[in-house]
Design a protein around this ligand. Structure first.
Ligand code: UDP
Length: 338
C-alpha cells in the first residue's frame, strides 16, 4: 500500500513512516517543516519506498496529485503544542481547519480512506475521567486562545464524520492523549522533553501551577501500531477512538522522576500559569482516556512503561547534545520545591 502521511516529518509522523516502511509499505510524507524536522526523516530518505514532499497541505494542487497516487491517507499535520497555539491562534485555526478541509475534499475526489488525528483537548475541562468517545465536551470561552485548538480539531472531527455520513467516505478519527517519545521537542509546551532538557542542562525544571494536575503519557511506539491497526480494520470506519495510556502521573511527580533519572542538580520550581502562558490560562486538572472501544475492536493497549519512554527521551537528548532552544518567560518569584 502507498500511504500518504501529512505531517510525516513530525514527531509522530516520522515514527509512523518508519514503521510503515518496515512493514513493507510505501510512504509519501508531506510536511511544511514548520514544527516537523528534516532530521526526523533523514535516515528514511535512503529508502526508495520513501518520498518527502516539503509543502503545505493547503496547497490543493499538490494535494490532488499526492492523494491521487496513494491508497490511504493518515492526516497528522496540524498546529500543535499549547504554547504555539496560544502564541499563534490564527495560524492554529487556519492550519487545522483549512488543512483538514483540503485533505478531506481531495480524499473524497479519489475515494481514499482517511485517518484523521484528533486530540484529548476535545474533552476540554471535563472532570469525570476516564473520558469516553461519546462524552460531552466542556470547552472554555473564546477569549482563551487555548480553546481554539480544541474547537478547530472538533470541527475536523465533525467534517470527517460528515464526509462519512453524506458521501460514504471511509474515515477513522483517533484522539491522542499526551503522546511522548524520542524526537518530540519541548519548544512549544510538551512537558516531558522540556523537563528532560531542563534537567540535563541544569536549568530550573518549570512546573506550572501547583503541579498537582496530572496526565497519562503514552509512548509513540505504542501509538503507531494503534494507527496502523485502525487503518487496516474496516470496522473502524466512521468511528472515533481514544488512543492513550491510563497510568496517571502528577506533573510535580513527573518533574521529580525526570530529575532523578537524569541525576540532575536542577531546582524544581513552581511557575504561576499567568507567568507561564497567557493571562487567565486554563489548564486541565486530569485527563484519562477510556480505551475500551479500541481494546474491544483490536485488542490494543499500551505496553511501554513511562520510565522507559523517559529513559529513551533522555538518551536521545544526550546524543543530540545542547541546542534545543526552549523559550522561557521570566519567573518573578522563584518557588523552589525540589
Ligand atoms: N507543563 C509544566 N511545565 C512546562 C510545560 C508544561 O508544568 O514547562 C504542564 C502543563 O501545564 C500541563 C502538563 O504539563 O499541565 C502537560 O503539558 P503539555 O503541554 O505537555 O500537554 P497538554 O496536556 O497541556 O496538552
Amino acid at each position: 500500500m502507498r500511504y500518504l502521511i501529512t505531517g510525516g516529518a513530525g514527531f509522530i509522523g516520522s515514527h509512523l513512516s518508519e514503521a510503515l516502511l518496515a512493514a513493507g509499505h510505501q510512504v509519501t510524507a508531506i510536511d511544511d517543516l514548520s514544527t516537523g524536522r528534516m532530521q526526523n526523516v533523514q535516515p528514511l530518505t535512503q529508502d526508495a519506498s520513501f518520498q518527502l514532499v516539503v509543502e503545505t497541505i493547503t496547497n490543493a494542487t499538490v494535494m490532488d496529485r499526492l492523494v491521487s497516487e496513494c491508497d490511504l491517507i493518515v492526516h497528522l499535520a496540524a498546529a500543535v503544542g499549547v504554547e504555539l497555539i496560544v502564541r499563534s491562534p490564527v495560524h492554529t485555526i487556519e492550519t487545522n481547519v483549512l488543512g483538514t478541509e483540503t485533505v478531506l475534499r481531495t480524499a473524497r475526489r479519489y475515494r481514499k480512506k482517511t485517518l484523521i488525528a484528533s486530540t484529548s483537548e476535545i474533552y476540554g475541562k471535563l472532570n469525570n475521567v476516564p473520558f469516553s468517545e461519546d462524552d460531552d465536551s466542556l470547552i472554555g470561552a473564546t477569549t482563551h486562545h487555548r480553546w481554539a485548538y480544541a474547537t478547530s480539531k472538533a470541527l475536523d472531527e465533525f467534517l470527517a464524520l460528515a464526509y462519512h455520513k453524506e458521501m460514504d467516505l471511509p474515515v477513522v478519527v483517533f484522539r491522542l492523549f499526551n503522546t511522548i517519545g524520542p524526537r518530540q521537542r519541548g519548544r512549544y509546551g510538551m512537558v516531558v522533553p522540556r523537563f528532560a532538557r531542563q534537567a540535563l542542562s541544569g536549568a530550573d525544571i518549570t512546573v506550572y501551577g501547583d503541579g498537582q494536575q496530572s496526565r497519562c503519557f503514552c509512548d509513540v511506539r505504542d501509538v503507531v501500531p494503534a494507527i496502523m491497526e485502525l487503518a487496516a480494520e474496516p470496522q473502524a470506519e466512521g468511528r472515533v477512538f481514544n488512543v492513550g495510556a491510563q497510568v496517571e502521573i502528577a506533573i510535580l511527580d513527573l518533574a521529580h522522576k525526570v530529575k532523578e533519572m537524569t541525576g540532575s542538580q536542577s531546582a524544581i520550581i513552581l511557575v504561576p500559569y499567568e507567568q507561564a502562558t497567557e493571562q487567565g490560562f486554563e489548564d486541565m486538572h486530569r485527563r484519562v482516556p477510556d480505551i475500551g472501544r479500541i481494546h474491544k475492536l483490536l485488542g490494543w493497549e499500551p505496553r511501554i512503561p513511562l520510565e522507559r519512554s523517559i529513559a529513551d527521551i533522555i538518551l536521545q537528548l544526550k546524543q543530540e547534545g545542547p541546542g534545543d532552544p526552549i523559550s522561557e518567560r521570566p519567573v518573578s518569584e522563584r518557588v523552589v520545591v525540589g
